[in-house]
Design a protein around this ligand. Structure first.
Ligand SMILES: C[S@@+](CC[C@H](N)C(=O)[O-])C[C@H]1O[C@@H](n2cnc3c(N)ncnc32)[C@H](O)[C@@H]1O
Length: 269
């Protein structure tokens, strides 16, 4: 992906472009590929984890749109446009679905046009903002213009919370967003974990993430479950992304340890 658009630092790896590389995309710089390969040297199945995370997201959006009656989505940490963006999955079930995308990567902003291809009955919007400033997201005019916050919304935080370190108040950020949504809204989160790794694999994963230049926090099952305190977990509760309402029988699913991602969906009471 050369030349570099203005305002973009090609010397610093960014999560969206690494994820794009793991998913087989071309919207990444050499610094992103090097960072991605460093992570893969400590956790060799990371590309599989990215693909399984993306498949989970599609199943979760289908569940929300079809079974939970959700017609509005706030997708924070959208990533570069790729097959199965939230609006494509949701509007394939309900063409009137409305989606607000949020990301802080300027390269995602450059590609945002591909996220704004709403069906005529529905609507999509993009906000260039940082999850760590939830007040800015909630005050953005595009949010109020696109979503009706008196009706249920699905807050999607898919593969983003592990980029928020403990000293940045990850639980406070989620609580702030949840508090802004009415009863009947849902929250979907996925998160990397080291719980299924051996102590040696865990050390290796932490060390290669540290060297990759992108701050990253693996969290335990209890630490992950804390994001849902006070909410009603949807069946099957906290589980691996490969085991949440799967399309495939167990023998065709990857091993939980090769993916090492927790997920859950919950309803706001
Ligand atoms: C691993 S990608 C996940 C993309 C998509 N949600 C999915 O699961 O397929 C993480 C995304 O979160 C974005 N991100 C990371 N930290 C962020 C922050 N503090 N504020 C907004 N976006 C952030 C990155 O730019 C990237 O696009």
């Amino acid at each position: 992906m050369e030349p570099v658009p203005p305002g973009i630092d090609p010397t610093k790896a960014h999560p969206s472009r690494r994820y794009n590389y793991w998913l087989g995309g071309k919207d990444n710089f050499s610094v992103d590929r090097e960072s991605a390969d460093t992570v893969a040297s400590g956790f060799p199945t990371v590309a599989l984890a990215a693909r399984e995370n993306r498949k989970f997201m599609a199943r979760a959006v289908r569940y929300l749109a079809r079974d939970a009656g959700i017609t509005q989505f706030l997708d924070i940490g959208t990533g570069l446009p790729s097959a199965g963006n939230v609006h494509e999955v949701a509007q394939s079930i309900d063409p009137a679905a409305r989606i607000v995308y949020v990301d802080n990567d300027p390269v995602v902003l450059v590609h945002a046009r591909a996220l704004l291809t709403s069906s005529p009955e529905g609507r999509t919007a993009y906000i260039d903002a940082d999850l760590r400033e939830p007040g800015r997201i909630l005050a953005a005019p595009e949010l109020a213009e696109t979503l009706d916050l008196t009706r249920p919304v699905a807050l999607m935080l898919v593969a983003i919370m592990h980029f928020v370190s403990d000293d940045e108040d990850p639980y406070g950020i989620v609580a702030r967003l949840v508090d802004a949504l009415p009863s009947g809204s849902h929250v979907v989160i996925t998160h990397a974990t080291g719980d299924h790794l051996t102590p040696e694999q865990y050390e290796e994963a932490v060390e290669t993430n540290r060297r990759s230049g992108v701050p990253f926090s693996l969290r335990t099952r209890d630490e992950f479950a804390r994001f849902f305190d006070g909410l009603d977990l949807v069946d099957p509760g906290v589980t691996s992304v490969v085991e949440w309402r799967p399309d495939l029988p167990p023998e065709h699913r990857p091993r939980v340890e090769d993916v090492s991602m927790y997920c859950a969906a919950a309803r706001i009471p």
